[in-house]
Design a protein around this ligand. Structure first.
Ligand SMILES: Cc1ncc(COP(=O)(O)O)c(C=O)c1O
Length: 387
């Protein structure tokens, strides 16, 4: 008990204590958080679909037809026609033979990695991969080899050392806290040379990158070369859940092996209906992606020119690295006083000494929104001696 209380006190002292903020309006550029109106620059609803009328109507139709709960796990009574329709739709969208839907992106990574790899495998993981990938690697019992962030020389050297073993190389497609894109073309070459399986987490690329909006495989024109294309339904697609798209035999294997797929109640019909509709919207409306990426590019350039450290972001995730956790928190709090919500991201989510603000943009932000945010970020950044 004392240990737990001491831990809480310690993280408070270090500016690492976490608390919730509560929304009381839909998630869109102008919303209400903790009772105050804010400009939201922190949502993963990249296409602004969380409040989309077509998605709301799809959810309502599904509720009227099927009811609310799913009532069972996917392998017992929880699989509805809608689940099958979604898995077929994802496979077509991603250009693969098949797909399988999990209840969250987190459960997808944990279940897929621990389902595929066991202690006879070696898993190579980028040092900035998402926590759910790290947890999946740990749970698998495989030998884990972490390579330097997007460093292909380091990856090559490390894979060569373990050639001959069953190998999985796993990477975020878009890194969730830095916004940069993994060099998938080089990763695929290394994998081919050493007969390794590849897995890409497209949580932040699904609906955002590539001519079809199908993610980093689509962006690099490599989708049939990536064995396990992971994605989430929870970000640009404005629903919940995650998926793996790939060859039929891999999907059949996961359906039989992935414990986070097998031992849990299926997603509710309304959630699935929203995801189906959202993929249709992504396929039909490339303009939203174009606006989103233009907005991101504009703001990233302006922040960089103002002197902020924005790393190599090429996506709607824009980090502003501050370093010190307390200062990052102060930055975020002062922005909130000006009516802008951008959270401070601190260890363990990011490496020590790299605390930051993490902006994420939506296609529905207006130029006025971006101008206002830029003015206030620069003003407060100067006041706090960050620039
Ligand atoms: C890169 C990455 N992978 C996986 C996840 C987990 O997805 P979900 O929130 O759907 O569980 C997230 C975000 O939460 C993420 O950023």
């Amino acid at each position: 008990m004392e240990k737990i209380i001491a831990y809480l006190e310690e993280i408070k002292k270090q500016g690492l204590y976490r608390e919730m903020r509560y929304l009381s309006a839909p998630q869109k550029p102008h919303t209400v958080i903790d009772g105050r109106k804010v400009l939201l620059m922190a949502s993963n609803s990249y296409l602004g679909l969380c409040d989309d009328n077509r998605l709301k109507a799809a959810a309502i139709r599904a509720i009227e037809k099927y009811g609310v709960g799913s009532g069972g796990s996917r392998l017992t009574t929880g699989s509805y026609q809608l689940h099958k329709e979604l898995e077929q739709k994802i496979a077509r969208f991603k250009g693969t033979e098949a797909s399988i839907v999990f209840n969250t992106g987190y459960m997808t990574n944990v279940g897929a990695i621990a389902g595929i790899a066991d202690k006879s495998w070696v898993v190579f993981s980028d040092e900035l991969n998402h926590a759910s990938i790290i947890d999946g690697c740990r749970l698998s019992g495989a030998k884990i080899v972490v390579y330097k962030h997007c460093d292909m020389d380091d990856l090559y050297k490390k894979v060569k050392e373990f050639q001959g073993n069953p190998i999985l190389i796993v990477t975020d497609g878009v890194f969730s806290m830095d916004g940069d894109i993994a060099p998938l073309d080089d990763i695929v070459k290394i994998a081919e040379e050493f007969s390794a399986l590849t897995m890409v987490d497209d949580a932040h690329a699904t609906g955002v990158l590539g001519p079809k909006g199908a993610g980093t495989g689509d962006y690099f024109g490599l989708k049939d070369k990536i064995d396990l294309q992971m994605g989430t339904l929870s970000k640009a697609l404005a629903s919940e859940g995650g998926f793996i798209a790939g060859k039929q035999y891999l999907i059949d294997y996961l359906r039989n092996k992935a414990r986070s797929f097998i031992f849990t109640t299926a997603l509710a019909p309304a959630t699935i209906a929203v995801a189906i509709k959202a993929i249709e919207i992504v396929e039909r409306e490339p303009e939203a992606r174009r606006v989103l990426l233009n907005n991101a590019n504009w703001l990233q350039n302006k922040l960089h020119d103002a002197g902020f450290k924005t790393l190599d972001s090429q996506t709607p995730i824009i980090p502003i690295v501050v370093g010190d956790s307390e200062k990052a928190l102060q930055f975020s709090n002062q922005l909130l006083e000006e009516g802008i919500y951008i959270p401070a991201i601190r260890p363990p989510t990011v490496p020590p000494g790299t605390s930051r603000l993490r902006l994420s943009l939506m296609a529905t932000h207006s130029q006025d929104d971006l101008n206002y945010a830029l003015t206030k970020i620069v003003q407060i950044g100067k006041r706090l001696n960050i620039i």
